[in-house]
Design a protein around this ligand. Structure first.
Ligand code: FES
Length: 142
């Protein structure tokens, strides 16, 4: 049987790559380069937009304020900070009512704030929310 040194070398290189990636495991909580790692939620009530933007059973992400607002099937509003509880990345994607963190893939239910996919283990921080004159207002003091 002929020797296949190239295949053997490839196998060795592949093994080295896996070892290198495994070695980075301890640093896995850092955000990928280019991803924002700092963000802030409102420290005072902010006007997010028209109340009609959030349908019953739906959610709306307000990226500029790092807030998601959801509405239960019975019409009750909830607001949560979209600063990820894993390592602090601003969450920038809402799929239906699921928030997806860009840094390590944690997912949260926008209706409850609960984690639906790790690595995050803590729910999103709930914020006060109300409506005033047909507008959604969220943040401390709302
Ligand atoms: S910061 Fe790690 S999953 Fe969001």
């Amino acid at each position: 049987m002929p020797a296949r040194p190239f295949a053997n070398r490839r196998t060795v290189l592949r093994g080295a790559a896996v070892t290198s990636i495994a070695g980075l495991g301890a640093a896995a909580c850092k955000a990928p380069s280019g991803a924002a790692t700092v963000g802030a939620t409102p420290t005072a009530p902010v006007d997010l937009g028209a109340e009609s933007e959030v349908a019953n059973g739906g959610a709306q992400l307000y990226r500029e304020h790092n807030v998601v607002v959801s509405r239960s099937a019975d019409g009750a509003l909830k607001a949560y900070s979209t600063i990820c509880t894993h390592a602090g990345c601003p969450i920038d994607r809402l799929q239906g009512t699921t928030l997806v963190c860009p840094c390590h893939g944690s997912e949260f239910d926008a209706l409850t704030g609960k984690v639906v996919r790790s690595p995050a283990t803590e729910p999103l921080n709930e914020l006060p929310v109300k409506t005033a004159n047909g507008r959604i207002v969220a943040g401390p003091g709302a």
